[in-house]
Design a protein around this ligand. Sequence first.
Ligand code: SF4
Length: 409
Amino acid sequence: MEPVEGIGDVTVVNTCGFIDAARDESLDTIAHLIDSGSEVVVTGCLGREAALLKSRFPGLRHISGPAQASAVVDAVLSEAPQREAYGLPLGPAGVKLTPPHYSYLKISEGCNHKCSFCIIPQLRGPLRSRPIDDVLREADRLAEQGTREVLVIAQDTSAYGLDLSYAKRTYAGAEYTSRIYDLAAALGDRFDWVRLHYVYPYPHVDALIPLMAEGCILPYLDMPLQHASPEILRAMRRPAAVEKVLDRIRRWREICPDLAIRSTFIVGFPGETDDDFATLLDFLEEARLDRVGCFTYSEVEGAQANELPDAVPHGDRLDRQEILLETQSEISAEKLAALVGRSIQVIIDDVDENGATGRSQRDAPEVDGVVYVDDPRGLQTGDLVWARVDSATEHDLHASALGQRLDLK
Ligand code: SF4
């Protein structure tokens, strides 16, 4: 969360209360912006703690909680009414803050799991899915407005529809079931790229892989696995059958060889021994995931894991994070190097006189790598093109555009 210099009189701070470090960062950001003279609109998880915010920042006038997009828009318009002229595109799921060619699509709120390190179910409540006709209505609106890539998000994407007993709904003359497979297939009919995030490793995720192999949705799976030691996973209250995960990844790659898997892990969880950590490194060597993020364990107020014995010293947490990221960076670099010489699809995010920057099917915005396209002639933001990979680094690719623009859908 980086305040941007020069942005006007009103600043919206979308806060995170997930871990203490995120809370501190949110509070520091608000303080910095108030000191800079901006009118601050606070929203998101920390907005639930209005009393705390009021006592820290007595002049703060606009506070709203998670998923209160219209309160945010009202606050912004009350402070800067001229912005109305731009017609903020407010849909049922909120305000679109991304460039026209890609959009996030939130399909549910809340989570039914009880991971011991996490307070999201306390902050956001149990799973509440949007009926599929509601999601598709927003999807069609986004497609009409020029979205080519849709990023499906939720706290637990693959649980979609469980709370609705997978209700059937009719939309635009067709019947759909509120289930992740049906939703992914329907979105695949509407967008060039459909990317699934925050997929919990349920068995029914297997059914999505053929949709990826057929090109209906992107061969990309963002699946936070958190650890690989069965003892730690049990203490985290997560699925602990690691061998099954490895078997499934092998099978998925047989069905869809181009599948890119992104995951995140927590190191330094209470009770994590050297052996547990070694098990995690062995898993990474075997799984050969494409993209990996790693967090050090952070005590979160209200999380059950705070009660667990054998806290790992902070220095060890940081050391393990560094070792894990070094281990993975070699794997990631090898996987990207294997793409050199291949033709890949690239969606163009930005063009300037020095070149174009885009992303491959393996790259989600902000969290993964980018593709630098050296000769930007004729390219525009939002184009989807074929490009030949010339070279690779640990995270990014350099490629040459092959000319033809793609119009897949
Ligand atoms: S599945 Fe994700 S959101 Fe749900 S409790 Fe676990 S970590 Fe939190």
